[in-house]
Design a protein around this ligand. Structure first.
Ligand SMILES: [Fe+2]
Length: 279
């Protein structure tokens, strides 16, 4: 397979026989399928609209920003993350409400912890003499900061993309078209996602990679381990045992089947449209 000349030197995935999908092509696809053109028009765009003009970047500050002047110290506890509610979960079938409620409890725990960590970080004066990469309180706070924050964000993606009164039981036309273009067939995409889900310890996700402008499936062993930079999640699947142990014991394949039966493809479609418009 030849290397594309416009994908920053990234070799295409063997599961992706087609060239990267350029943003202009996404726009054309979106305009070609029902509903998507309407979504574009709601944002004042057409299939051939020029990309939005980005405001000029602020010039970089000169010199070292001293801790006392650093914007991190403008932290306000009122900015703390609030746990979301997910009324859509009441319509999930095949995964019990008890399982989901226990899982939501873990999510709320991550919300509490990230607020706790942020509060402690902003209350500390970073003394460079005391910093140490083997152990220092400042190091430990920052090591857990990404774990807790990603724990919040990934769970919100997950809970939002299952169930819902307006659940789209089958993939939308746009999702089908774009994912099929990337993976060859729809079954290839689903099988690859499930394989990643069965072989990962924490998460499997389908994401839009802003580097090569392609759709990929990724596996994460921890909230903050294996997280690809510049990838926007489109579909998030929690494969930690806590996501299914109450209902399925150690039978992860049965849970994966239940998850796929509850995916709200309309939510995935919305995320993809957002990526198309702003990616
Ligand atoms: Fe989870």
């Amino acid at each position: 397979m030849t290397q594309s000349s416009d994908n920053n030197g990234i070799h295409p995935s063997p599961l992706a026989p087609n060239p990267p999908i350029a943003r202009r092509d996404f726009l054309k696809m979106a305009a070609a399928v029902g509903g998507s053109a309407l979504a574009l028009s709601q944002f004042g765009l057409s299939a051939h609209a020029a990309p939005p003009v980005k405001p000029p970047a602020k010039p970089a500050a000169k010199g070292l920003i001293m801790p006392s002047d650093h914007p991190m110290h403008a932290y306000d506890a009122k900015e703390a993350i609030q746990a979301k509610t997910f009324p859509n979960l009441s319509t999930v079938e095949g995964i019990s409400q008890n399982q989901l409620e226990q899982h939501l409890g873990l999510y709320k725990g991550y919300v509490g912890k990230i607020n706790d960590i942020e509060t402690q970080i902003h209350a500390m004066q970073p003394d460079l003499e005391k910093m140490n990469a083997t152990y220092s309180p400042y190091r430990e706070l920052h090591a857990e900061q990404t774990y807790a924050l990603n724990g919040v964000i990934l769970h919100e993606y997950y809970f939002e993309n299952i169930g819902g009164a307006k659940k789209k039981a089958t993939e939308t036309e746009m999702v089908h078209k774009i994912f099929t273009q990337e993976f060859g067939t729809w079954d290839n995409y689903v099988n690859h996602l499930l394989a990643v889900g069965k072989s990962s310890r924490g998460w499997a996700l389908t994401g839009y990679n802003m580097r090569d402008h392609r759709i990929h499936n990724y596996g994460l062993d921890l909230h903050n381990q294996g997280v690809p930079v510049n990838v926007i999640p489109l579909l998030v699947l929690d494969v930690y045992e806590h996501a299914y142990m109450i209902d399925f014991g150690t039978k992860r394949p049965a849970y994966l089947e239940a998850f796929m039966n509850n995916v709200n493809w309309a939510v995935v479609d919305d995320r993809l449209k957002t990526m198309i418009l702003h990616g």
